[in-house]
Design a protein around this ligand. Structure first.
Ligand SMILES: NC(=O)c1ccc[n+]([C@@H]2O[C@H](COP(=O)([O-])OP(=O)(O)OC[C@H]3O[C@@H](n4cnc5c(N)ncnc54)[C@H](OP(=O)(O)O)[C@@H]3O)[C@@H](O)[C@H]2O)c1
Length: 243
């Protein structure tokens, strides 16, 4: 039985699910965190067990202070110990810069920046060594005028990622993966991706597994920290031109 365990937040669906499956294929035990997708989390657990690793589900609303502070201790209780933390859970609400309200900004920051920061710090305080990957967004290299609160929260997390890499070395590596055009936002279809392919150097959209492979690479690496790996077909290079 494997002795390496990963906690993946927001793991029940979409990119988080693919990260969990990829880790299991590597022989890593997975703690599947979810908020509301209980059926998907249970189904994923069955799949991971079939892949021959240990898999446990954990529910927490990362907006809630008590849930957030209980997550690492709870995960430790269930798994014995944690080696990898993948901060994947996020929200992606629309919102123009011109109309951005303070509460809206704080709601984004609470889930997309504060929760990953808090969990990483708690992980570092609870263990002797480990690896962390934070899910960012290619937009951190440019702007997003339609999701201003989200954009600011991911830019903040990108800076936090680098500062934590410095502060928590040498026993912890902290990196970021910045996906580009991968899956349409909740409720939208493939048309969303096709309409945006012109913004990608490689003229195609990526897959959930392309993001998962980058996460696994960073978790497995022993000589990379404080880096942001863009999995975006080169889109980050075009941001400056777009403005
Ligand atoms: N999809 C893309 O093309 C894309 C592009 C750029 C960056 N990213 C980043 O990559 C990561 C994964 O993307 P995704 O599209 O797969 O994410 P997603 O589907 O939008 O969200 C992932 C999970 O986050 C969880 N979550 C949301 N609010 C939460 C809360 N208050 N407490 C706990 N969990 C909460 C949800 O869990 P439940 O379902 O259990 O409620 C959800 O399934 C995100 O960090 C995203 O910002 C994605």
């Amino acid at each position: 039985m494997s002795e390496t365990t990963a906690l993946v937040t927001g793991a029940a669906r979409r990119i988080g699910r693919e990260i969990a499956v990829s880790l299991a294929r590597e022989g890593v035990n997975v703690l599947i965190h979810y908020r509301s997708s209980d059926e998907e989390a249970a189904e994923l657990r069955e799949k991971l067990l079939e892949l021959g690793v240990e898999a446990t589900v954990l529910q927490a609303d990362l907006k809630e202070k008590s849930d957030l502070s209980a997550l690492i201790p709870e995960a430790t209780k269930k798994a014995g110990s944690i080696d990898y933390l993948v901060n994947n859970a996020a929200v992606f609400p629309r919102g123009d810069l011109e109309k951005l309200e303070f509460e809206e900004l704080i709601d984004n920051i609470r889930i997309n920046s504060w929760a990953p920061f808090y969990l990483t710090r708690d992980f570092v305080e609870s263990y002797d060594r480990g690896k962390v990957v934070n899910l960012l967004d290619t937009r951190v290299a440019g702007y997003d005028w339609d999701h201003a609160g989200y954009y600011f929260s991911k830019v903040l997390l990108a800076r936090m990622t680098k500062m934590m890499a410095v502060k928590f070395a040498p026993d912890f590596a902290v990196n970021g993966v910045a996906p580009g055009l991968i899956t349409p936002p909740e409720g939208l279809d493939e048309k969303y991706l096709e309409e945006r392919i012109d913004r990608v150097l490689l003229k195609k959209h990526g897959s959930e597994s392309s993001v998962a492979r980058a996460v696994v690479y960073l978790l497995r690496s022993n000589f990379v920290t404080g880096q942001i790996l863009y999995v975006d077909g080169g889109r980050n290079l075009l941001h400056e031109l777009e403005g």
